[in-house]
Design a protein around this ligand. Structure first.
Ligand code: NAD
Length: 479
């Protein structure tokens, strides 16, 4: 059993969880410890004890540690990418790309440790000076989802440590392997005992302990809307700081004047790559009348050529769905869309086995046409390779439809019109907007996050992450 990492020591759990490869369910990736509330308590105590010294550590010390962690992740990209693809099911190139992103994130925040910023300015009163500085907030609880098993942990852990916070990290149950590998690297990085703790375990046990413990100053959560609401309620009740990144129902608008290849490539990439299991996936295609039929025909042709197979096999375009429960959700939504009047034009077929005969959670990417904005398929997140199409009269109606959603994470438009691209960037009600690019696939050095039901609180990534992981102090001095 791979143990938890608590107070600088590897600690067996009272229970274990089995990590199964979704490309071949006969393959056991490993067994991982599952902590109980008492172990989560020990981790919180260790982080609390380590905070006073760590919050006063030098920027050089934090830079050196984070930079070395980033270097090791980048050097081991092939091995860590293979582990990630094996436990989560995204293809090997996608998994290696995610590992590289995680390494780059550590290096970015290593640099940020040296640039905390601050202001020095005169008071409005004579003879008084004012300084505005940033300080660490304390022990932070980091709760992550299964779909980005190393990048999301990296973009929470790295800024937390860079600005002097102590961490209790609870990864998703389905993907403990990447989390454990990252913790193992951090355990050898020179961090003092208790500064970083890995507590694998159930959300209802370890997660809730973090939410409700008064020693945990802040919670950074990425996951579903339902769990996010629980996080918010618990944090508000005890006045803890919190940040939520949740679901999406991201639109991609395709206008009559779009370059057909650009539009199809962006739609196939952001709808189906990573098996559609990205919060930024474009699951609603909003297509204007003049290009609708040509675009759909080109989509179908492209989709037929996609190879659905073992995530780690060369040439695979789309790996399996992560587990049986997510697969059930995907096929349920295809059924719901059909019952509501949508046409399943392509895909949506459950494949019990891959090309080599191995049993896995395979589903061919599904395209559902003839849908309307009020259908459930266009209002609720599926989180799988399922894309619906809404026909729009013109740009104005397409923009209205794009914004007609409870979510607001990412939005895209395919157009050759500068006028429409500029207008869309300004009027899209999403946190991230893409022109002639997939809605998924973002940089590691700029803010990530959304609006409306997708996100709550300060943005993650880039310099803006300081808003969450630090608190501002204003100090006055009479000269
Ligand atoms: P989830 O909400 O089921 O779980 C997320 C995490 O919360 C897990 O670690 C889980 O163990 C934990 N958890 C569950 N119950 C808890 C509780 N009562 N208290 C505390 N913690 C608890 O989400 P998931 O299925 O792992 O991930 C998929 C979801 O994540 C999708 O909705 C997707 O859109 C979203 N997501 C969002 C972003 C983003 O940045 N907006 C990125 C990736 C994924």
């Amino acid at each position: 059993m791979k143990p938890n990492y608590i107070a600088g020591a590897w600690t067996e759990g009272p229970h274990a969880s089995r990590n199964i490869n979704p490309s071949d369910t006969r393959d056991l990736v490993g067994e991982y410890a599952q902590a109980d509330a008492a172990q989560a308590d020990l981790a919180i105590a260790a982080a609390t004890a380590a905070f006073p010294a760590w919050s006063l550590s030098t920027p050089q010390q934090r830079f050196d540690i984070l930079d070395a962690v980033g270097t090791e992740i980048l050097a081991r990209r092939a091995e860590l990418g293979d582990l990630l693809a094996r436990e989560e099911g995204k293809t090997l190139p996608e998994a290696i790309g995610e590992v590289v992103r995680a390494g780059n994130i550590f290096k970015f925040f290593a640099g940020e440790a040296l640039r905390p910023g601050g202001e020095s300015l005169p008071s409005v009163r004579p003879g008084v000076g004012v300084e505005v500085t940033r300080e660490a907030i304390g022990v932070v609880g980091l709760i992550t989802p299964w779909n980005f098993p190393i990048a999301i942990p990296a973009w929470k852990i790295a800024p937390a440590l860079a600005w002097g916070n102590c961490v209790v990290f609870k990864p998703a149950d389905l993907v403990p392997g990447s989390a454990w590998a990252l913790a193992e690297i951090l355990s050898r990085s020179g961090l003092p005992a208790g500064v970083f703790n890995l507590v694998m375990g159930r959300g209802s046990v370890v997660g809730e302990k973090l939410l409700n413990d008064p020693r945990v100053a802040a919670i950074s959560f990425t996951g579903s809307v339902g769990t996010g609401q629980k996080v918010a309620a618990a944090c508000v009740s005890r006045m803890a700081k919190f940040q939520l990144e949740m679901g999406g129902k991201n639109p991609m608008v395709v206008l009559d004047d779009a370059d057909l290849n650009v539009a199809v490539n962006a739609a196939v990439n952001s709808g189906f790559f990573s098996t559609g299991q990205r919060c930024t996936a474009s699951s609603r295609l909003i297509v204007t009348e003049g290009i609708h039929d040509r675009f759909i025909a080109a989509m179908v042709e492209k989709m037929k050529a996609l190879k659905i197979d073992d995530a780690r096999k060369a040439g695979t375009d789309i790996g399996p769905v992560v587990d049986a429960s997510q697969l059930g959700q995907d096929t349920d939504y295809i059924g719901i869309a059909k019952a509501e009047g949508g046409q399943l034009l392509q895909g949506g077929e459950r494949l019990e086995r891959n090309a080599d005969g191995a049993p896995g959670f395979y589903l061919t990417p599904a395209l559902i046409t003839g849908t309307t904005a009020e259908m459930r398929i266009n209002r609720e997140e599926v989180f799988g390779p399922v894309v619906s199409v809404i026909r729009a009269r013109d740009y104005e109606e397409a923009l209205h439809l794009a914004n007609d959603t409870p979510f607001g994470l990412s939005a895209g438009i395919a157009t050759t019109s500068l006028k429409h691209a500029t207008h869309f960037k300004r009027h899209s009600q999403a946190g991230m907007v893409m022109v002639n690019l997939p809605t998924a696939g973002v940089d590691y050095h700029v803010p990530f996050g959304g609006r409306k039901g997708s996100s709550y609180g300060p943005r993650e990534q880039g310099r803006h992450a300081a808003e969450f992981y630090t608190t501002v102090k204003t100090a006055y001095t009479q000269a």
